[in-house]
Design a protein around this ligand. Structure first.
Ligand code: C5P
Length: 218
C-alpha cells in the first residue's frame, strides 16, 4: 500500500500552507511546502546574479539547491532566509522561475522524496496533477482574491514587513494569471479534487473539513 498523500493545491494566499501544516500536525504526517522551493530558487538565482528567465542558469541552481530546513528555518549557505523568501518580491520571482519546465523538472525528485510513512500533506499548485497524481485525497483550496489579499496583508504586517493592500491585490492577480496560464503544470482544479472555498471559512473549519475527508476515506 503506497504511503498516503493529501494534495492541497490552490491559488496564492488561499491559506493552503496553514491548513497543510495543521492537518499534518493532527495526523503526525510530514508536510511539503513546495512553494518555498520555488521561492528559494528565485532568491538564490537573484543573489547569484542569474536572470530569472535564464532557464538553464536557474535550473542549474534548482538542481544543486544548497538549502536546508532546520527547526522551522530555511538556511541558504549559512544565511537564515526564512523571512526573505516570504517577501512580495520573492513571491513574484518564484512565480517567474516556476514557468520554466527545466526548473520544475529539477525540483521533481526532491519533492517526491518527502513522501515517507506514515503520510504526507503536500501544498502547492501541482501536487495532485504532477508530483503526486496518485494522491488518495486531492483538495483545491481557494478563496476570492480580495479575501486572499486581505490575509496576506495581515501576515506581512504581523511579520513587520511592508504591505500595501492595492499592490498586494495586483500582485496576487498577476501571479494567479501566470500560474493558471502557463503551459507546464498550470494551476487547475482537477476533476478528482474536492473544492474547498475558504472565503467564509476560518482555518479551524478548513482543517476539520480535510480531517473529515481523511476519516471518510480511511
Ligand atoms: O505557494 P507559494 O505562494 O509559496 O508559491 C510561490 C510561487 O511558486 C507560486 O506563485 C507558483 O508560481 C510557484 N509554485 C508552483 N508550483 C508549486 C508551488 C508553487 O509553480 N507546486
Amino acid at each position: 500500500r503506497p504511503v498516503p498523500v493529501i494534495a492541497i493545491d490552490g491559488p496564492s494566499a488561499s491559506g493552503k500552507g496553514t491548513v497543510a501544516e495543521r492537518v499534518a500536525a493532527a495526523l503526525g504526517w510530514k508536510v511539503l511546502d513546495s512553494g518555498s522551493l520555488y521561492r528559494i530558487v528565485a532568491l538564490a538565482a537573484t543573489r547569484a546574479g542569474v536572470a530569472l528567465d535564464d532557464e538553464a542558469g536557474v535550473a542549474a541552481i534548482a538542481a544543486s539547491l544548497p538549502a536546508r530546513f532546520e527547526d522551522g528555518k530555511v538556511l541558504l549557505g549559512g544565511d537564515d532566509i526564512s523571512t526573505d523568501i516570504r517577501s512580495e518580491a520573492c513571491s513574484v520571482g518564484a512565480s517567474k522561475v516556476a514557468v520554466l519546465p527545466a526548473v520544475r523538472e529539477a525540483l521533481l525528485g526532491r519533492q517526491r522524496d518527502y513522501r515517507v510513512a506514515p503520510g504526507l500533506v503536500g501544498d502547492g499548485r501541482d501536487m495532485g496533477s504532477v508530483i503526486f497524481p496518485d494522491a488518495q485525497i486531492k483538495i483545491f483550496l481557494t478563496a476570492t482574491a480580495e479575501a486572499r489579499a486581505g490575509r496576506r496583508y495581515k501576515q506581512l504586517m504581523e511579520k513587520g514587513l511592508p504591505a500595501n493592500m492595492q499592490s498586494l491585490l495586483d500582485d496576487l492577480r498577476e501571479r494567479d494569471a501566470r500560474d493558471a496560464a502557463r503551459p507546464v503544470a498550470p494551476l487547475v482544479k482537477l476533476p478528482d479534487a474536492v473544492l474547498l472555498d475558504t472565503t467564509e471559512l476560518d482555518v479551524e473549519g478548513a482543517v476539520a473539513f480535510v480531517l473529515d475527508l481523511v476519516r471518510d476515506r480511511g
